[in-house]
Ligand binder design. Sequence first.
Ligand code: PEP
Length: 251
Amino acid sequence: MRKKIVAGNWKMNTTLQEGVALAKEVNEALAGATPKCDVIIAVPFTHLASINAVIDQNKLGLGAENCADHKSGAYTGEVSAPMVASTGATYVILGHSERRQYYGETSEILKEKVNLALANNLTPIFCIGEVLEERENGSYLEVVKKQIEDALFDLSADDFSKLILAYEPVWAIGTGKTATDDQAEEMHAFIREVIANKYGKDVAENTSILYGGSCKPSNAPQLFAKPNVDGGLIGGASLKAADFMGIVNAF
Ligand code: PEP
């Protein structure tokens, strides 16, 4: 059975000291709890090793928010998948819409990143999602299908099975405007069908597909109640331990 997952995406927020304090708070909240889902935080590169030292990864998974599309070498300022793995992190967000939009990440680039992440035993949390115009002109299903096909369908079934997907409608990210539970379910069911057509029903049924976009404690229960919504990728609300735990406890 596929896993239920709540993952935080801290983005470019918190100093190292603030981040370590926040991670400790989430870790402590989880220490006495038995959540009905896996819990992950994806944090800035600078924080990874320090946070790894203060959390129990049996209860709280740790990930990066990106990695380079090259293994090593003369790429000033980049952080490679082996570097991320060497901090103790085991997840990496790839293809976030902010990376696609502001840093020109294409499916070709993302293919390389996915391959390098997998080669270094990092589990990609791979993001897909349409912009508002595509939602409004009705092309959103085709747009997301193409994002999946272009970046991921060269993978073997075995490698594809290692991925976590996150459907994040761009118009809902950080806007306070959440997709309705029915909109999320329509897309998640469609994504599962796209996977089934390529890799078969078993792989599709075992792939966790998270929803992301202004998810908060108040709307998470309704979203997570949908059969094809396996959890959430949480931006803003992951920066306060109480809000993040409120979403974890929505399961
Ligand atoms: C995100 O960026 O992954 C996200 C879902 O952000 P927010 O929850 O703030 O909309």
